[in-house]
Ligand binder design. Sequence first.
Ligand SMILES: Nc1ncnc2c1ncn2[C@@H]1O[C@H](COP(=O)(O)OP(=O)(O)OP(=O)(O)O)[C@@H](O)[C@H]1O
Ligand SMILES: [Mg+2]
Length: 351
Amino acid sequence: MNPFKFGTIVDGDYFTDRVEETALLKQKLDSENHIVLISPRRYGKSSLVQRVLADSDRPQIRLDMQYVVSVSDFASQLLKALFRIYPMERIRHSMTHFRIAPTVSVNAVTGALEVNFQPAANNVVLLEDAMALLEKVATADNRFIVVIDEFQEVVNIAKGFDKQLRSLMQRQHNLNYMLLGSQESMMEAIFEKKKSPFYHFGQVVRLGKIPYDDFLQFVTSRLPDGSTGVAEEILSFTGCHPYYTQQLASQVWEMLVYRKEEENVVQRSVDALATMHDLDYERLWQSMNRTDRFTLRQLAQAQQPLLNRSQATSTTYSSLLRLMKLGYVVKNEHYEIEDPFFFHWISENNK
Ligand SMILES: Nc1ncnc2c1ncn2[C@@H]1O[C@H](COP(=O)(O)OP(=O)(O)OP(=O)(O)O)[C@@H](O)[C@H]1O
Ligand SMILES: [Mg+2]
């Protein structure tokens, strides 16, 4: 079996490092505090949270703001998640405060639970009632953990929703919120701007790439004996990005183990993966304006575009911001192209 895994949550043997982060999150969960976890896409937020929660027997609710389309949808998704833990009959007595009763039904085809409200129901009321139910079932010896992924979407759902949600969360006890997000600038605006309702809501934890030494050991020990050089080459290409490292290592492993091809194995794996995405990259490139192309090309040539004089700094800066918002550029010690294969593609096509 290929010992590398990418694209979905990893645990067990596929998971490495994050020792300090795991300890920190567990410690925060043992208090009345909330956690805000920020990283670029695919750095391992979900995997880390999964690992932390796997060791906890507390009731857990998970929502993804990306799939919430309205305030009433948030309320019904919250109730649905609660009913999954507590069958309706067991908490019906806690629902007497509901001013608008939801309709709960089972989809006869999928078996999934559905929670609906009358279309014209007042959103504020729905949200208050649902959040109050959560507050009722969470008790000192039944403390809840509520994980909300892609939390930055909170500002796009409805005007004033973030403010309402914040004031309701503030009233709740016996639960910890873990709010995850991958759009760093938006997450920062939500949790670190004084005017935002979520200003200083919880401890902000930033997840970085996986440390080199640990990742080198992880990759080397899963490749055939004597592959340290290969592992180093993989990491030098991916810059220790969790997802892309596992993806490239997986391809390299296949070449080495199944196809017994050893020569230039990393370079050929890179080419194979870049070719696979050739069409996507080309479409992406075509959809971009000239400024963004120029910025990306400079990054691919390892130049810091902010320092370059051939383009006005403010233009470059707004281009970088735009590219960061779209997730194509991330900022660690400096600005970098998020996807090393896209980086490779740009370099190859702009020679
Ligand atoms: N601790 C880890 N050890 C090894 N690989 C990891 C680790 N964390 C993440 N990865 C790699 O990165 C991939 C993405 O991880 P995960 O889905 O947890 O990230 P995420 O930040 O939640 O992503 P998204 O932004 O898509 O929600 C995994 O499939 C795995 O290949
Ligand atoms: Mg995730």
